[in-house]
Every structure is written in structure tokens, then in C-alpha cells.
Ligand binder design. Structure first.
Ligand SMILES: NC(=O)c1ccc[n+]([C@@H]2O[C@H](COP(=O)([O-])OP(=O)(O)OC[C@H]3O[C@@H](n4cnc5c(N)ncnc54)[C@H](O)[C@@H]3O)[C@@H](O)[C@H]2O)c1
Length: 319
């Protein structure tokens, strides 16, 4: 499977990827190694797995919340570029334990960002969330000009982290790119609840013949973007001489009901839709406008939902 670009880069020799044993982070590690960049990974393996980890990466099992360890490591390795993906990613957990979420998503990010600014990294790429950043009282697709309305502690933490990056840029001159992702999907995505992982959950359950419950009426929409396209956005964020925030999505809204029937067809499942109670506080629609990324990063999604779903289902068949 080819994810990301293969162009070799002279500018960056070393990279640090936090969350590099996770779903998106591990694909970024693979793309960097294909470009012959030396990669260091920090991950506490709370949701990530050693199985995802490229054997050519140098791995440190460490929490980004451990300020002393993170600062020591970054001052030692002095990476040229940092990709910060390590995060507590469950919105419901953030609602149950806001301080726990903030200790990783705000303070953990600041630990990595501040240490990176101090050693003068050339570029800091932060993986934020476009799905959580905007309110659905407005009509999607949302652009970077849409007023942010972070409601959950997860979204508040992502927004705060973005603002700290801007601080590190203004005061210490650290160049950064924030990528606000729509809903990612693809091989290696863990089977979590909520709609971030709905494609992997449906694929796995249909292949196993398990009963599937759709939360609510299934008319909720999300913007699903394939992990290979996300990796390419991260590579462009590293390569291009830009600083700022970019929404990364397809602009297309897909309902859960539509996903259900597409994955049913691909897996040959005979499952019938079963509807359960709706998730409290869930937004009903979401999609991102990525025209700024097209203009300034040269990024456009290349993998159609049909093609991406095929690749994802095939991966689940083979694990
Ligand atoms: N998946 C999506 O749809 C989506 C959408 C928007 C933004 N994002 C962001 O992308 C990033 C990666 O998410 P993902 O979907 O690959 O999830 P993931 O859970 O697979 O990846 C997160 C990784 O971070 C690690 N981690 C968690 N807490 C840590 C800590 N305290 N110290 C060190 N490592 C820690 C986990 O073990 C895991 O490997 C996250 O920042 C997430 O907020 C994801």
C-alpha cells in the first residue's frame, strides 16, 4: 500500500513523531522512513500498538505528559521536524474527565511544543480536529474562517494547544502548521466507539457477522478522509514554507446509513440496520472546506470514499 509521497528530502534529516504507534501517526512514520528521514517516536501505547510501529523507527515508550522526560529527550535528539499526534482522542472520555484530557492534550502538547521551540525545530506539525472545532448551528462545509466553537473538553484542549503554538511562533519564532482533520479512516484504525471509528467498527462487525447498532436515525453526516490523503497533507505541511491552520477534509457529507450500505456491499454482509438511542450532544452534520489547503499546500483529497472503503475492508479481512 502506498501512503504519502516518496520524494526524497534533503531539508529534514530527523523527525520526532509523537503518537507514532497510533493509527495516523504510524502511517506518517512509514512515509518519513520511505523518504530516508531518521524517525524517533514517543508513544505511551495507551491506544497505539507496537504492531503498528515501523521497525526502523527509534521508539521511546513515554507519556507526553511527563515534562522532564520529554524535554530531556527533545534537547538530546534536536529533531529538524516534529509531528505531534499523541493525544487522548475519545471525546466522551474528555467529557467524563476534563482534567485528565487536558493533562495530555493541553499540557502534553505544550511540553512537546515548548521543548521543540527551545531547540529550534524547523517545523512543528500539529494534528488538530476540524470535526470537533465548529458548531453545526452553521451550515457545513466549515472553512478556517468559520468561528471556532469548541464545546467538548477535547475540542477546547485542541483549540488551546493551537493557541499555544501560535504563542511559540510569536515569541520563539517556531514555524508551525495546524492540520484540522475531518474524520479519518483507513487501515490500522482502532475499533473505538463514536463516529470517528465508525468505518472500522462497521467493517469489523460485518466481517465477523456481529449485530450492528446504529446510534440515532443514522442521518448524521461526517466528512470521511482516507489516511493516505491525511499523510500527504502532513508531508506537504512539512515541505511547504507556510505557517498557519488548514482544514483537511473532502467537503462531502456522508450519512451513517450510507456508510452502512456501502460497507455491507463490500463485505457481502446480510446484516439489517438496527437503530439504538442517539448519542447525547452529538452534532448532526459536519464537513470541512479545504480550499485554503489546496491553494497554499497544494493538497486535495485523491482517494474516493469507494476506493478508501475497499482498501479498509480488505485490510480488516487480512488481519
Ligand atoms: N482519527 C480521526 O478521525 C482524527 C480526527 C481529527 C484529529 N485526530 C487527531 O489525530 C491524532 C492521532 O489520532 P489517531 O486517530 O491516530 O488515534 P490513535 O489513538 O491511534 O493515536 C494516538 C496515539 O497517541 C498515543 N498516546 C495517547 N496518549 C499519549 C500520551 N500521554 N503520551 C504519549 N502517547 C500517547 C496513543 O498510544 C496512540 O498511539 C490525535 O491527535 C487526534 O486527536 C484524529
Amino acid at each position: 500500500m502506498s501512503l504519502g509521497t516518496n520524494k526524497s528530502m534533503a531539508k529534514y534529516k530527523t523527525a520526532l513523531v509523537t503518537g507514532g504507534a497510533g493509527f495516523i501517526g504510524s502511517h506518517i512514520v512509514d512515509a518519513l522512513i520511505r523518504r530516508r528521514i531518521k524517525v524517533y517516536v514517543i508513544d505511551d501505547l495507551s491506544t497505539g500498538s507496537r504492531k503498528n510501529l515501523n521497525p526502523n523507527a527509534t521508539f521511546y515508550k513515554m507519556s507526553v505528559a511527563d515534562r522532564e522526560a520529554v524535554t530531556k529527550l527533545i534537547s538530546r535528539i534536536k529533531p529538524d521536524v516534529v509531528f505531534h499526534l499523541a493525544a487522548q482522542i475519545d471525546v466522551r472520555c474528555s467529557v467524563e474527565d476534563p482534567p485528565g484530557d487536558a493533562s495530555v492534550n493541553v499540557l502534553g502538547t505544550l511540553n512537546v511544543a515548548h521543548a521543540s521551540a527551545k531547540v529550534g525545530v524547523k517545523k512543528f506539525v500539529f494534528t488538530s480536529s476540524g470535526g470537533a472545532m465548529y458548531s453545526d448551528t452553521l451550515r457545513p462545509p466549515y472553512s478556517e474562517k468559520t468561528p471556532e466553537e469548541p464545546l467538548s473538553p477535547y475540542a477546547i484542549a485542541k483549540r488551546s494547544a493551537e493557541m499555544y503554538l501560535d504563542f511559540e511562533h510569536r515569541i520563539h519564532g517556531m514555524k508551525y502548521v495546524v492540520l484540522r482533520l475531518a474524520n479519518a479512516y483507513g487501515p490500522r484504525q482502532a475499533l473505538r466507539g463514536g463516529y470517528a471509528g465508525v468505518i472500522s467498527v462497521f467493517a469489523r462487525q460485518m466481517l465477523a457477522g456481529d449485530k450492528i447498532v446504529i446510534n440515532g436515525n443514522g442521518k448524521q453526516t461526517r466528512d470521511y478522509v482516507f489516511v493516505g490523503d491525511i499523510v500527504r497533507a502532513h508531508m506537504l505541511a512539512m515541505d511547504k514554507a507556510v505557517t498557519g491552520t488548514f482544514n483537511i477534509g473532502t467537503g462531502v457529507q456522508t450519512t451513517v446509513n450510507s456508510l452502512f450500505s456501502k460497507i455491507k456491499q463490500l463485505t457481502g454482509s446480510k446484516q439489517k440496520e438496527v437503530y439504538g438511542p442517539a448519542c447525547k450532544g452529538e452534532v448532526m452534520r459536519s464537513a470541512l472546506d479545504s480550499r485554503k489547503a489546496a491553494r497554499e499546500l497544494g493538497w486535495k483529497p485523491e482517494v474516493s470514499l469507494e476506493e478508501g472503503l475497499k482498501k479498509t475492508v480488505l485490510w480488516f479481512k487480512n488481519i
